[in-house]
Design a protein around this ligand. Sequence first.
Ligand code: ZN
Length: 442
Amino acid sequence: MKRVNSIQKKLEKTVVSKEYLKDLKTFANSFVASANAINGHYQSMATEFRESPYYLAIRDTAIQNSLQSLTSTGINQNVIEPLRTMLMTAVTSGQSYAALTESMRDEILSSEENIGSLSRYAGTYTVTALSRFTGQYMTAVNKDFGWKWYRYVGSNIKTTREFCIHMTKKEWIHESEFETVLSGEIDGEQVQINPANDLPRGMFDDTDPTNFTVNVGGWNCRHQLYPVHDASVPDDVKKKLEEKQIKKDKKETVQKIKEHKSEIEPFKGKVVESQNFVSGKMTILRRSLDDIYEHAIEDDNIRNFLKTFDINKLKTIEHKGWGENRSYPEDHKKFDKNNPNKKKHEEADYFNYYTINISDTKYWANVKYHKHYGEVLYTIEKNKPEHMIKGIKNEPLKTSTPPSRGLARLTSKTHRKDTINFHTIYKNRKKSEKISIALPAK
Ligand SMILES: [Zn+2]
């Protein structure tokens, strides 16, 4: 046993020789070179780049960790320990000295047919450590830049895995595509998956979209995912991704609308109350969600609003005006010569227009004054309604004081219940002015 231990000490000394340490120094320098290359990459595209102490700390920690793994601790675990086991087995099984020497040599040293344990360990380790470091360093720097496009680069060799071949062909990858490519789907093609971790073959088990830029293709992968500025990505690549994303988003929106609709009572709808509504309440019908979607299908803010639909968000809207329920113009395909007064929306008395803030953008909510439901949300659009009349319908607009919310509520009450009051309010109107009084059914 003592002999085995002393042999082990000697082995450590032999394995971690002077020359080996010199190689390690070269290896450590390659980290510095890699960091410098990354700095240069950013400097070439962004003049504001400054190397921060934080980047240096990342670099130096990585160097220290790697050196540790390649000297005492790592070598002990990965190279010396297996040899020790071999020695112990030889001792207990009474193997001949000659046979032991032979098998030890085979294990440690590389031959033409066989890569020795040290080379094997150090070789795999250095390639992996350096590329992991490059990924980590780049990811840290990129956090400050927020670039979302990446370029998959590196030369392919005979043993390049399927994943890397497809990725180098694809070349430009947006971070939103990480999840899809990690599922093995690269531009519509499926690469082989390792059933043990559901990742493309060769990947580290822990690879996910958050560390993909560090892990890249996995063990022995010589490829890099470099963050690149938007401007360096070819336009057709960007356009293709955008179209794909919109298509996917529309599909998701339709699905979400289905889910939200199932929570709305089919006949009564869902009612929300707020003093901001002219009538004090607004009804969302299942139909409302479809109408909003159909009128703003290309608007990603509206799609997002529908995906995360929350009826309470409507409470923040502001009333701006109203519009008549108009007939079809003569050139409209639905215009009926025999019934020229046919309304576009026969179920509506008139429309109320509100502004609503969605994703920091001003939108116009078009709200039907429905004959049965009262105010029903109809559409949300970017453009101001063309035929909007400012103020509240049937209420003269006072130029000095804009209609207050309280007044709006009063009006809505009279609107619904009290026709006498209704007329008192409007008695000041010019006699010549034609008033169309709309009383929705209760
Ligand atoms: Zn690779």
